[in-house]
Ligand binder design. Structure first.
Ligand code: NAD
Length: 328
């Protein structure tokens, strides 16, 4: 089986090369994204492998199907960028890596929260300039505060456990409450109550038509004044215009993002010598109480190794026409 690996990043290449070694699968690495223009590169391949910002819509899938591609292997958990109906129509099997390291993402969400609350981003720069003033660096104890968690699946539940370890009260919303978390002291409440009571809100639900712009003007208006919002899930969960308004009015106390709704053409690229045309993202970077990382929550050695190994084992099962639990 020949596999074209789109969007190969420098950081994952060695892990992927290692996993493919001895697998009997032939891997071709490309750093370009999959889209309508680049799909033709898959000619002669049985499978393609893609990541979060590849465009896997109906048009691209039909092109891949026409070229004889039979399998799409996602190197991520979320599949909101894939038209599964189109894949079914074209008889292309889609597999993903459902859980490579929930700790990586949950721990990054905690890192963002701690950085934002204790102003580490400002302190880091100040100290480097010999400015040891503490003005504007006051945070709050997380111990005893209410932390709202929206989505308590694989990642959300690890986040809940960490926050319980901090001594925070953890409020959660998920259509499928997790009994283990309830036994560990997490309280499931309605979404409105999360907004009303939480000092910190962290998003860990998938992006679906129902959750698109879950955090909009109305949701922010319901939040406690000064609440901190953390999003390590998917950018489309948050209406960027609404958070900008919330930050400008001061009602939203701070924002930390690892994902952004218009990230597809920006994240994972070095654009430091270019003018970035996205005014909303640039506006966000001007707030002193906003921290943005470029979709790096998953980026630990353990996660990269698991992603590479699971991708190869998914493809091996498909090549052998065996059932694969990770098929969508
Ligand atoms: P998961 O499927 O294990 O859990 C998602 C949970 O959200 C489930 O319990 C589900 O019931 C719940 N949910 C669904 N709809 C909801 C709603 N409307 N409101 C509240 N909860 C809802 O997924 P996961 O592995 O925990 O990942 C969560 C998300 O994190 C993924 O969808 C992905 O988008 C994102 N993610 C981001 C990164 C990153 O690097 N930033 C890495 C991996 C995953």
């Amino acid at each position: 089986m020949k596999v074209l690996i789109y969007s190969t990043r420098k950081d994952e290449r060695a892990f992927l090369a290692d996993a493919f070694k001895g697998s009997g699968l032939l891997a071709q690495f490309e750093d370009i994204h999959l889209n309508a223009r680049t799909a033709a590169l898959a000619e002669g391949c049985d499978a393609v492998s893609v990541f979060v910002n590849d465009q896997v819509d109906a048009q691209v899938i039909e092109t891949l199907g026409g070229l004889g591609v039979r399998f799409i292997a996602l190197r991520c958990a979320g599949y909101n960028n894939v038209d599964l109906d189109a894949a079914k129509r074209c008889s292309i099997a889609v597999v993903r890596v459902p859980a490579y390291s929930p700790y990586a993402v949950a721990e990054h969400a905690v890192a963002l929260l701690l950085g934002l609350n204790r102003h580490i981003h400002k302190a880091y720069n100040r100290v480097r300039e010999g400015n040891f003033s503490l003005d504007g660096l006051v945070g709050f104890d997380l111990h005893g505060k209410s932390v709202g968690v929206i989505g308590t699946g694989t990642i959300g539940q690890v986040f809940c456990s960490i926050m319980r370890g901090f001594g925070s009260k953890v409020l959660a919303f998920d259509p499928y409450p997790n009994q283990k978390l309830i036994d560990a002291g997490v309280s499931y409440v309605e979404l409105d109550e999360i907004y009303r009571r939480s000092d910190v809100i962290s998003l860990h639900c998938p992006l679906t038509p129902q959750t698109h712009h879950l955090v909009d003007d109305a949701a922010i208006a319901k939040m406690k004044p000064g609440a901190l919002l953390i999003n390590t899930s998917r950018g489309g969960l948050v209406d960027t215009q609404s958070v900008i308004k919330g930050l400008k009015s001061g009602h939203l106390g701070g924002l930390a993002l690892d994902v952004y709704e218009e990230e597809a053409d920006l994240f994972f690229e070095d654009l430091s010598d270019q003018v970035i045309a996205d005014d909303d993202l640039m506006r966000l970077t001007t707030f002193p109480n906003v921290i943005i990382t470029g979709h790096q929550a998953f980026l630990t050695r353990e996660a990269l190794q698991n992603i590479a190994q699971t991708t190869v084992s998914n493809l091996t099962l498909l090549a052998q026409a065996q059932p694969c639990d990770n098929q969508l």
